[in-house]
Write a protein that binds this ligand. Sequence first.
Ligand code: ADP
Ligand code: ZN
Ligand code: ZN
Length: 741
Amino acid sequence: MIAEVIVNSTAKKLNRTFDYNIPKHLEDFIVIGSKVLVPFANFKTPEEAYVVGIKEKSEYKVKDILKIEDSLTDKQIELAKWMSKKYFCNVSDCIKLMLTPGTRNKNRDNRITDKKINVVYVKSEEKIEFDMEAGKLKTEKQKRVIKFVLENPGCMVPEIEMFTGCTRGVVNTLVKNGYLEIIEKTVERNPLIGKRIERNNKLKFTEEQQNAYNEIEKSINKYKEFLLFGVTGSGKTEVYLQIIEKLLSKGKSSIMLVPEISLTPQIINRFVARFGKEKIAVLHSKLGLGERHDEWNRIREGKAKIVIGARSAIFAPVKDLGIIIIDEEHDSSYKSETTPKYQAKEIAQKIAKEENCPVVLGSATPEITTYYKTEIGEIERLELKKRANKSELPKVEIVDLKQELAYGNRSMLSRELYQSIEKNLKNKEQIILYLNRRGFSTFIMCRECGYTVKCKNCNISLTYHKFNNKLKCHYCGYEEPVVNKCPECGSDKIRYFGTGTQKLEQEIKKQFEGIKTIRMDVDTVTKKNSHEKILETFKKENIDILIGTQMVVKGHHFPNVTLVGAIAADSSLNIDDYRASERTFQTLTQVAGRAGRGEKVGKVIIQTYNPENFSIQCAQKQNYEEFYKTEKALREQLKYPPFCDIIVIGFTSKNQNEIIKLINRVYKYLNDKLDIESQKILRPMPAPIDKIQNKYRWRIIIKGKMDEKTEEILNICLKKIYKMNNKEMRVAIDVNPNNMI
Ligand code: ADP
Ligand code: ZN
Ligand code: ZN
């Protein structure tokens, strides 16, 4: 028998099958989906490959498969092939998401108790990518170790040694050269082991919950998609819990996806309290490799029938799948920003159709596209209009910052917000301040000549970081000391513009003496200092104010928070992205939802220069329908999703002339092939950030429906480009990307 295999490689040329002989002794074990080792080309070590087809004979002279390592199902292979076409990537990239993570770690038992261990992370993916292509990372061993760490962030050195066959020395060299970093972390107990959680029983449904539940229950055993649309606290999770319980009684499994950042002990404990820990598998990036491996196996063996995890948990090898639930379905983390650039909601739909089971999307602020589908009947909408525990929605006020300026108030706090903070401090009630920017200030500029300090590698302004008094690039990590004189004209009128979380914290401390604050943004949330820890501290240690970016927005429950301030609500409005209004509305609505979760009624203050803007007004009224209507009309008029797709074909290379040559050819090709009546192909243009890490970035944007025909034409086009074999050039296609920079 002959196996058709795909070699595990990111090289686009290798995205095709090769024939290998299945030796007699392996015949009973190799199936479509097996992960095997094969001798490849003239490589010294065997390559990993996946069996994607089996046939009687081959027209070539073939070599033997050496070894079998793991197996996927036919369905998984089909899914990977489908993904490869849909997301314009290699089949092997997709298969990797479905394989058992690592192999059993021998020392695993030691890891269950708290202790300090050293874990390895990649320091800069950009640098690695760049140096790989520049040929700076030469040895096979270094490449192997980097690949392993990329796939297993947070692995331990002994694991690297075991799985790559490389010594600690290789790791050390990579650390020294700035590719990897070693961090000491406390291994917390597996959240589910050794913890005693009171079991609790199901609550008696409200009428709305009961209706929603009944509709979903009717669709058990068939494919159907639902949107469970309900404000925070309306009892969506309770509906999920009871539907999962029902399925469990029929021996069926469930997958529930939540945004990585919401995967907190709070939510996990709620599931454990209902179902006990044996039946639950939790998949998230902080688990060690061995733990992930074990969870994967418990799922495959059918021991764990409830899978809770972030985006990639959609690929968990569950048996008898009964439902897929995607909570906070509007969250952008469900779209992968790295290859394969898949959207978990699309994968869920594909899997659910295959397995004949329902998909439930839950949100208080659904994505415009999702809500639109409920209007045209592709998704059934179920609504929960009231909060389940009867706590009241907070009062939201808008403050016009233009008037503050006119009054002469130049501080970051309006008078209204200042007084409210004062009042809260007096009453010993907590406060959350939300600002959509990290750092101290966004950029610095010369007032004489307008010069702004930009990154040498990327065409983007550097951000000032106060704690080390440095200017830093958020794209490549480049740093330089602060300048006091303008490098352009020599003037000393250098000023800081914009506001960031750090500056806000400093200002608050100046205005309210002796106040206790804690800050949560990408700079304070590190691998050592998780956002959970920050939130715990905020809750337990009577910190007065939590100051943070986006991260403070996500579903946490603080009964003592009665005031929430959005410092600069406009900052997300002014970005160059068709989802700017949607994101603004979503975050403001969610920020507002943080106030008054307990008995006391909360107050929310939104500061803005655009008080008349509809997304801000609708957020004030917490009126999704009104927001949706206005936004839908705009999208229809301007041709944005859901009325068409935005297809971005990105070109990156160090050589700008090469890009221009190629991109014009591609542009012409697409104009010939695509139906330009319905597909609007925009002229080749540099991306808004036209250089990152010294590589130029250009792109072609297509506004049109991503149908099968377009998909095929684009795939053929990519193949033609790869055939040209220009190693410098990277061409990638992303459909409806998360951000347009
Ligand atoms: P959501 O997931 O929509 O934010 P939850 O399911 O977390 O809402 O419910 C919010 C709060 O209301 C929780 O404290 C939950 O225990 C409570 N709750 C939910 N459903 C009911 C119910 N039927 N009766 C009483 N309390 C409920
Ligand atoms: Zn100047
Ligand atoms: Zn940079």
